[in-house]
Design a protein around this ligand. Structure first.
Ligand SMILES: [Fe+2]
Length: 310
């Protein structure tokens, strides 16, 4: 759920207002579904076409079908991992928090909301990557990428009850490049009570953008429940967030460039393994074997300027 402003906070006041207006125009956001730099967007679109062509050269031209995360923002895959196995991973996180604090990262900004496990591919093993062998999930990813994909990074985190809401817990779009998405493997159940992510549809996201609400990398305007409801009322917009109730072992896939917000659980905690995916010319496991697990460690910036790997 983390989203990193592409323009550092101390520079946000200096962003060129004309440029900002262009990248927030309906024409621009319809094409790229973000408000990033046009060179970066075009680099990613070119790269996706290259990866897609590589896939077609190996498998022939395919009809991948419609990607549900383009039409509905998010999609759920029940029971991709056995529930008890998912809960075991959640126990591993509890163990780290209690006994191995050096493996746990607590970000100052989110200290009451979030605990992150450092480098889970190293500290929690790699068995859980088998979820990407699930045919329904793989098919949905092919439909989104129109080709193969790689694990750009893997993270694991626990969200906690807190009344102090910040950053990703407000309504926002991640402002990530086109053809990127996130997979969540749920290690605990999550409902409206226990921290299920809230989403808006692509159509509602577009309506909010037209009215001037982006919740993007320019920062300042991200609103919580009350603020966004006032904004909706003022601009005569629908406010109809949706979420999925999930159980341990379920997977959700989402397009983080549509409006969404993290929700703090009211009780207990919510554990998730998070995978950020980019297009790739060869399958993810081949790429990971080549580059090693350190290549998929969570880092900043969250995506490369040039997505092509050597
Ligand atoms: Fe996010």
């Amino acid at each position: 759920m983390r989203s990193m402003p592409i323009v550092p906070k101390f520079l946000q006041g200096t962003v060129n207002p004309i440029l900002k207006k262009i990248v927030r125009s309906t024409l621009y956001t319809t094409r790229y579904n973000n408000s990033l730099d046009i060179r970066l967007n075009e680099t990613y679109l070119r790269y996706q076409r290259y990866c897609s062509a590589q896939y077609a050269s190996r498998h022939g031209l395919q009809d991948f079908g419609e990607s549900r995360i383009r039409t509905h923002s998010a999609q759920i895959f029940p029971k991709v991992m056995p529930a008890d196995k998912a809960r075991q991973y959640s126990s591993v996180i509890s163990g780290f928090i209690e006994n191995n604090k050096e493996l746990v990262k607590i970000d100052d900004k989110h200290s009451s909301l979030l605990k992150t496990i450092k480098h889970p591919l190293q500290t929690m093993g790699t068995d859980y990557l088998e979820i990407f062998k699930n045919p329904a999930l793989h098919q949905a990813l092919l439909a989104f990428f129109h080709g193969d994909y790689r694990l750009e990074w893997v993270s694991a985190f626990r969200t906690l009850p807190s009344t102090h809401i910040a950053s990703s817990w407000n309504w926002h779009t991640d402002a990530n490049p086109p053809y990127s998405c996130k997979v969540f493997l749920h290690l605990t159940s999550a409902t409206a009570e226990t921290g299920a992510t809230d989403f808006m549809t692509p159509a509602d996201t577009a309506a909010y953008r037209r009215a001037g609400y982006f919740g993007d990398q320019y920062g300042s305007e991200r609103m919580g429940d009350q603020g966004i409801q006032e904004f909706a009322k003022k601009h005569n917009l629908p406010y109809r967030p949706f979420h999925f109730d999930v159980s341990a072992g379920d997977v959700s896939l989402f397009n983080q460039n549509f409006l969404h917000r993290a929700v703090a659980p009211r009780t207990g905690y919510r554990d998730v393994m998070e995978f950020f995916l980019l297009p790739n010319p060869v399958p993810w496991d081949e790429q990971l074997a080549k580059d090693g697990i350190d290549s998929a460690q969570l880092r900043v910036p969250l995506y490369p300027k040039n997505p092509r790997r050597a």
